[in-house]
Design a protein around this ligand. Structure first.
Ligand code: NAD
Length: 312
């Protein structure tokens, strides 16, 4: 906006005047907190793109094929992302409807990339063709990593980890996309707890650059190294976090969402809550975000955080 303003004020009035206005505007912007914070964010981002979280001597096992369990909001997005990065993915759900919806979502996203000329037709067709749906575990045997994205319920997740342990190769990594449940509880249900890790994507999967990798007390260095390399290959900025309720991001995010809830309780209109957050610079308001995440998913996560950290 400042650049436009400089142009408007200097257009047709000579280069010297333009230069003076420009250097003055630059000087004003360069000393603001916004400028300093953006520079800090840039350097942090650069650092995290390269940071070595494990012993650099470990050669990560490459991921050539992926399994995915749960084709809901997150599963559909993860499947599309994997296809986009040319990784074949076998997607399992318990019903055909979910699989159909996930494939349609992925298809629409490839169409969108085609329209925006990010992909050519044959590329979009090829990538979409890498997604293969199923309601059994057939085709999971040779997956290098399986990502679990079923409902946020420990019993269901433990059952899935037990079932997966019986079908995947003993070398395969089992990763959970849980938002809040302890990774160690899922690891204990698996045959090789050292190969279980948290791999927490954010919604919408193809747009959010960050991914949390959660290391449980049992996760091995080899598993961690391979998961980090895989996450970077699919374009994500990695942070490795401890296995605590809410990990890092939801622990921060839910305090913020909770505060929005308190404001509603005190009688503030929801449009106003969202507007204030957007005016402050958030890409969307907290109420809209709760809606995007899914009120049901958010409620479950909030309950888990409450039991860990108390009613606050
Ligand atoms: P969702 O309800 O949209 O999808 C869950 C899917 O899992 C459904 O299609 C269901 O049919 C399927 N399913 C249930 N049991 C199954 C089983 N035994 N085998 C195979 N499929 C099974 O949920 P979601 O929003 O995609 O969330 C999935 C996971 O991702 C949760 O752990 C959630 O906490 C986490 N997560 C969600 C978000 C979000 O914004 N929604 C963000 C990050 C992480």
């Amino acid at each position: 906006l400042k650049a436009l303003e400089v142009m408007r004020r200097s257009y047709g009035r000579g280069g010297r005047r333009g230069s003076v206005l420009e250097s003055r505007a630059f000087g004003e912007l360069a000393i603001t907190d916004i400028s300093k914070n953006l520079i800090k964010v840039f350097y942090l981002d650069e650092e995290f793109r390269k940071r070595q979280w494990v012993d650099g001597g470990i050669r990560p096992h490459p991921v050539k094929k992926c399994g995915l369990v749960g084709a809901g909001v997150m599963g559909g997005g993860i499947a599309q992302l994997l296809g986009y990065y040319d990784i074949p993915v076998r997607i399992k759900d318990i019903n055909y409807e979910a699989l159909k919806k996930a494939l349609l979502t992925a298809y629409d996203m490839f169409e969108h990339a085609l329209k925006r000329k990010k992909l050519r037709k044959h590329q979009a067709d090829y990538k979409f063709g890498l997604l293969s749906p199923t309601i059994t575990y057939r085709g999971f045997e040779n997956s290098d990593i399986v990502i679990e994205a079923v409902a946020e319920d420990l019993n269901i997740k433990q059952k899935v980890f037990k079932e997966l342990s019986e079908v995947v190769s003993p070398k395969a990594i089992l990763a959970s996309n849980t938002s809040s449940l302890p990774i160690i509880e899922m690891a204990q249900a698996a045959n090789s707890p050292d190969r279980v890790v948290g791999l927490h994507f954010f919604n919408p999967v193809h747009l959010m650059p960050l991914i949390e990798i959660i290391r449980s007390a049992k996760t091995s260095d080899e598993t961690l190294a391979a998961t980090i390399a895989f996450a970077r290959r699919i374009g994500k900025v990695v942070i490795v976090v401890k296995d605590v309720p809410g990990f890092l991001i939801n622990r921060i995010l839910f305090s913020y969402l909770n505060e929005a809830g308190f404001l509603l309780e005190e009688g503030m209109a929801l449009e106003r809550v969202d507007k204030i957050a957007r005016d402050f610079g958030m890409p969307m308001g907290p109420i809209e975000l709760i809606d995007e995440v899914g009120v049901d998913v958010g409620y479950k996560v909030a309950k888990i955080l409450e039991s860990a950290y108390g009613p606050r």
